[in-house]
Design a protein around this ligand. Structure first.
Ligand code: PEP
Ligand code: MG
Length: 550
């Protein structure tokens, strides 16, 4: 048995034979042609043919993965209508007298290089899309068959890399999973794979041609692939895979239904995300909104302090795509386990109790304002909620709101559009915030319980320390009482109250939370539909089915 590791972009298991995909190879020479007119005509025919193919791909992707994931093919179609790009190709034929395929290859490559040289990572990533379309035009001109990727047997596809057009062209009924040597988690191929719910391993450096035809198990939970696995491994992972399949069936049935109990109580079930790359999962799992966008991932994914503009683009993309759904973006929660070199934070003896989250933001006002301005500008594109983390006191909330108001005034003076109806909330993740929830609730529209930290601080157990696992009772009555206190205090003072920590997805507590009066649960996207199932089978008019001591 061989084990190769990579980076998993989706939890899940694929079991079957491997098919190693090799992109067709061809060489285009620098032939000179006397008359450019036939070449221009050939180029135009290929352009129209690829436009039609992209339309088919767009329709297919909308069906398989939703409009957000399909948007890339609209981008491809726009590219094929772009005068600058087409002129770049045509001038190679008219002025340099090269063939249509040479012009298509070099014209698209030049434009792809321009995208690559841009500062914005979003546009840099689009460079691959330009090349992808260029390759389709060249393939069409050369009459190459690009449809023979998969063979006839369902398999785990292994490739150096896969372009979005290749990924969506794949017949899903023949596809068990994908493994690539290259790829990034924000590439469109990854986005498509996630929304198609395909176990996928990227950056798997050990892929090899001789894997072709071998039996393998891709284990997305452990980010690895087993080539010719042992029988024990086959048995245990097949069992896990069958459990996953049951979940899949559940997902399909519950899409479009409400989160309503048998006796008629409805709550919201939102998803937690770390950035624009996770929006596909929000849609694919039918979440009603985003209850926690951990904005610090935008900072962690950047080599330097992200500018207001970079942040604005990231927040806008999420808000615009999900509108009119509510998207709650938490302001930067850096510090403790989430450290960033460019922030130059001192090493501390007790980082979880240290200089982190709102404490950093309130003392580095320029840093904070950059984010708040980006958020306010993005608010014009959707339904935004802003949430402050690690709030302990009235002072924390009031100062944060004052700085937010200052940013709003600045943007108004600059003539920038900002939404009027932004909901403001705080995370309740310290015992101080839970105990004083009635005081804090008067200042905001909603409270969201961060049970990961609330448990850590209430039980005095470092959440980073694996040795403390046996001492961490997430159902500890102290934590549950704090949750109940916070819900009651929020309701008495005009707030809706949610849970965005991991406990929100704990199915054994769903009924308890419903009985406590929770309004919203925000969980990882794949837990949205399983929670819907539990909520829909709960009857709060009957005696409680658990005996939790509160
Ligand atoms: C929490 O503390 O429960 C929470 C949601 O925030 P994080 O896990 O990012 O600290
Ligand atoms: Mg927290």
């Amino acid at each position: 048995m061989q084990v190769a590791t990579g980076s998993s972009i989706l939890n899940g298991i694929a079991i079957g034979k491997i098919r190693v995909y090799k992109a067709p190879e061809y060489k285009i020479n620098e032939d000179i042609v006397e008359d450019p007119i036939p070449e221009l005509n050939r180029f135009e025919q290929a352009r129209v043919k690829v436009q039609e193919q992209q339309q088919v791909l767009y329709d297919k992707a909308v069906k398989a993965a939703g409009e957000d994931s399909a948007a890339i093919f609209q981008f491809h179609m726009d590219m094929l209508d772009d005068d600058d790009l087409l002129d770049a190709c045509k001038s190679i034929m008219v002025e340099q007298h090269h063939t249509a395929e040479y012009a298509a290859q070099h014209g698209f490559e030049n434009v792809a290089q321009m995208f690559k040289d841009m500062d914005d990572p979003y546009f840099q990533a689009r460079s691959a899309d330009v090349l992808d379309v260029g390759n389709s035009v060249v393939a069409s001109l050369l009459g190459l068959d690009t449809e023979s990727l998969q063979g006839t047997e369902p398999s785990i596809l292994v490739a150096e890399d896969l372009a979005p057009s290749e990924t969506v062209r794949l017949d899903k009924s023949l596809l068990l999973g994908m493994i690539t040597r290259e790829g990034s988690s924000t590439s469109h191929t990854a986005i498509l794979a996630r929304s198609m719910n395909l176990p996928t391993l990227i950056q798997c450096k050990d892929i090899a041609d001789d894997w072709d035809g071998k039996f393998a198990i891709l284990d997305g939970y452990n980010s690895c692939v087993y080539i010719e696995p042992t029988q024990d491994l086959i048995d245990s992972l097949t069992k896990k895979h069958n459990e996953d399949l049951k979940q899949e069936a559940l997902l399909q049935e519950l899409k479009g239904k409400t989160n309503t109990t048998i006796d008629g109580k409805t709550i919201k079930v939102y998803a937690n995300i770390g950035g624009p790359q996770d929006v596909g999962a929000v849609q694919a799992n039918d979440a009603e909104g985003v209850g926690l966008f951990r904005s610090e991932f935008v900072y962690l994914n950047s080599k330097e302090d992200p500018s207001e503009e970079e942040q604005f683009q990231a927040y806008k993309r999420v808000l615009e795509t999900l509108a009119p759904k509510l998207v709650v973006i938490r302001t930067c929660d850096i510090g403790a386990d989430k450290t960033i070199d460019y922030m130059n934070l001192d090493k501390e003896a007790n980082p979880a109790l240290g200089y982190r989250a709102i404490r950093i933001c309130l003392t580095r006002k320029d840093f904070f304002k950059r984010q708040l301005r980006a958020l306010l500008r993005a608010s014009a594109y959707g339904n935004l909620g802003i949430m402050f983390p690690m709030v302990n006191s009235l002072r924390d909330v009031r100062e944060s709101k004052e700085i937010l108001a200052e940013c709003r005034r600045e943007l108004a003076n600059e003539g920038q559009k900002v939404a009027d109806n932004i909901q403001i909330g705080i995370m309740v993740e310290t015992p101080a915030a839970a105990i004083c929830a009635d005081i804090l609730a008067k200042e905001v529209d909603f409270l969201s319980l961060g049970t990961n930290d609330l448990t850590q601080y209430t039980l005095a157990v470092d959440r980073q320390n694996a040795k403390l696992e046996p001492f961490t009772n997430t159902h500890h009555p102290a934590v549950l009482r704090e949750i109940k206190m916070t819900i009651d205090a929020g309701h008495k003072n005009g707030c809706w109250v949610g849970i965005c920590g991991e406990l929100g997805a704990d199915p054994t507590l769903t009924e308890t939370f419903l009985r406590m009066g929770i309004d919203e649960l925000s969980v990882n996207a794949r837990s949205v539909l399983p929670l819907r199932k539990i909520i829909r089978s709960t009857d709060l008019s009957k005696p409680a089915s658990d005996d939790l001591q509160l």
